[in-house]
Design a protein around this ligand. Sequence first.
Ligand code: MLT
Length: 199
Amino acid sequence: MDYLYQAGKPNGKKFILLHGTGGDETSLVDLAKFLDADSTILSFRGKIEEDGMNRFFKRNGLNQFDFESLEKETDHLLEEIQTISEEKGIALEDWVLVGYSNGANIAAHLLLERETTLTKGIFFHPMSLEVHTQSFNLADKKVWASYGGKRDPIVSEASFAELVAAFRDRSADVTVVETAYGHQVSMDEVQNAREWLKE
Ligand code: MLT
């Protein structure tokens, strides 16, 4: 997978960045630097192409997900993260997964469906992919997630609620933030995520 790696200061956060549909490895860099100016960044480009737009797994129309692709690409992403983490000498538990929309969806799926020592996620406007095949405990996971309420044309309140419940039912610590700007990421929520990271 194509990716961008930028080493930060030793005490900075370590972010894995996963863009939304149509983005690339540069899309979330400014956001990450706002979250922590000293951060180390590992930012992936989704390798699925849909009408010239990069994504992390295939779909057959809006919110019509290709589950075979989802599982394959989740495994592939995890392998990439493991390989690069070893190369760079960064423990998996030190990373914070930061994703928006399609990137948040694959990151949340990774935490819910693969047993790993990745523990933290910041998910902007994710939704449930309605895959619940695992039951291992998520008490070691800390998740911050935002949604755009009724104004979000892509993520319904019910789908967001299902995702939050999937984490909470398995004992993850989830912080939820509702925004007023639909599917767009707003400054308010980024500030909120920054405060959450400091806790
Ligand atoms: C998107 O367009 O990125 C969707 O909202 C989420 C997805 O397809 O995973």
